[in-house]
Design a protein around this ligand. Structure first.
Ligand code: NAD
Ligand code: ZN
Length: 401
């Protein structure tokens, strides 16, 4: 039995964290989400590394539970191309046609194994297939572990914008298996750290200090793991190292904060808006600089700008802004649109202040014409328990060079 940590969301202990959870997960799913067809939806980067183990473990666990022969039971898989372009109505329809072609009915359970793209897409398929079938999140990116797999928001993109067609559909379980991080590209790991830092900044000074002090330990847990080191390939992590324990507690804390917010505000009225710290400006930057810059990278720059707005308004001191700046830099995240790393990535694209203001004007979280920003009052707390209305002139002033 692997050691696991459980976190509640919407009054159920459905978030499970640990290392190497595949068998544990399959036992739990087969016992508690009985279905005749389980469908793993994943992408071409993840499938070659992780799919065969899921398939062989499924056979083993099913036979241990005496489910073979007694019921018509099967595991089928569907692999899509990686990337945001796959989060489309077309791919959703393709998956649905595949499921219908395989005669999947209402006793189908969908397992979304991947990053936020897979989670949002497969979750939306689950939400509407046969008017809704159960699904399970198996996040494989840090961003998906601490953010997108939690909260039940599912969606696809359209040419008019991201996430415009979707629904709320809660997964039955969320298995956060940190083993997946062993193969995650470093830039994707840093991308997820932006959300972890964001959560600490709005919720807990102690968590923030842990991140400040844990930089090398957290990196070691992820980047010196067996799969990255040929010498150790095939080795099993029998015991958890101190750095792995730190990584687990950091991810658990971040996931738990989002789970608690969702529990109190499932449909996003006030409280859930706190999670948008760095995102009002970050999303506007992302609208211009995506796909060259990743979401977390844009949010990182957005957090600095929004913290500067808080300081300008007299709610946050300069020391706090500097600490936020330093921790983001320590996790290799960009802190300004002017830094070389950003310029090298985005080439000729640039963010004119007018353009950023224009994009923020149509944010669906605005109150009428007024823009809302999460204002920090210190590292670990916010000025209000929701986003605060900020005047255009203040935003413009801080964005201007
Ligand atoms: P992603 O799903 O595109 O994954 C990033 C890349 O990493 C992909 O190329 C993927 O193939 C690869 N990958 C994933 N896991 C891997 C692993 N373990 N080893 C090696 N490679 C791996 O990106 P993401 O950042 O996870 O998710 C972004 C999406 O999440 C966006 O579409 C965004 O809108 C959505 N999102 C949703 C919510 C929500 O509440 N539903 C919240 C935040 C973001
Ligand atoms: Zn985000």
């Amino acid at each position: 039995e692997p050691e696991v940590v459980k976190v509640s969301i919407l009054n159920e202990e459905s978030i499970i964290l640990g290392f190497h959870l595949t068998k544990f997960m399959l036992r739990d799913i087969l016992s508690n989400i009985p279905s005749s067809t389980y469908v793993v939806i994943t992408d071409k980067n993840i499938a070659p590394i992780y799919l065969s183990k899921i398939i062989t473990d499924f056979e083993k666990v099913a036979s241990k539970l005496n489910l073979i022969n007694t019921t018509k039971l099967r595991l089928i898989t569907y692999i899509i191309s990686p990337g945001e372009q796959s989060k489309s109505r077309d791919t959703k329809a393709e998956i649905e046609d595949f499921l219908l072609g395989k005669a999947c009915g209402r006793d189908t359970c969908i397992l979304a194994m991947g990053g936020g793209v897979i989670g949002d897409l497969a979750g939306f398929v689950a939400a509407t297939f046969m008017r809704g079938v159960p699904f399970v999140q198996i996040p494989t990116t840090l961003l998906a572990m601490v953010d997108s797999s939690i909260g039940g928001k599912t969606a696809v993109d359209t040419p008019h914008g991201k996430n415009l067609i979707g629904s709320f559909w809660q997964p039955k379980r969320i298995y956060i298996d940190l083993m997946f991080l062993e193969t995650l590209p470093e830039r994707e790991f840093n991308n997820g750290m932006a959300e972890v830092i964001k959560t600490a900044a709005i919720s807990s000074e102690l968590d923030f200090i842990n991140l400040e002090n844990g930089v090398s330990s957290i990196r070691e847990a992820v980047f010196s793991s067996p799969k990255r080191n040929v010498q150790y390939q095939g080795a099993i992590l029998a015991t958890r190292t101190p750095s792995q324990s730190l990584l687990l507690s950091v991810i658990m804390t971040s996931a738990k904060f989002k789970a608690d917010v969702v529990t109190h505000d499932e449909r996003e009225s006030g409280l859930r808006g706190l999670l948008n710290f760095g995102h009002t400006i970050g999303h506007a930057i992302e609208a211009i600089l995506s796909p060259e810059l990743l979401h977390g990278e844009c949010v990182s720059i957005g957090m600095i700008k929004e913290a500067e707005i808080a300081r300008h308004l007299g709610h946050l001191n300069q020391v706090s802004v500097s600490r936020l700046y330093k921790v983001l830099q320590d996790y290799d995240l960009p802190v300004s649109l002017d830094e070389k790393k950003v310029k090298d990535l985005v080439g000729k694209k640039f963010c004119a202040v007018d353009k950023l203001m224009e994009i923020m004007k149509v944010d669906k979280k605005n109150q009428g014409d007024q823009k809302k920003i999460v204002i920090l009052s210190s590292l670990g707390s916010t000025y209000e328990k929701k986003a605060t209305i900020v005047s255009d002139s203040v935003i413009r002033k801080i964005l201007s060079p």
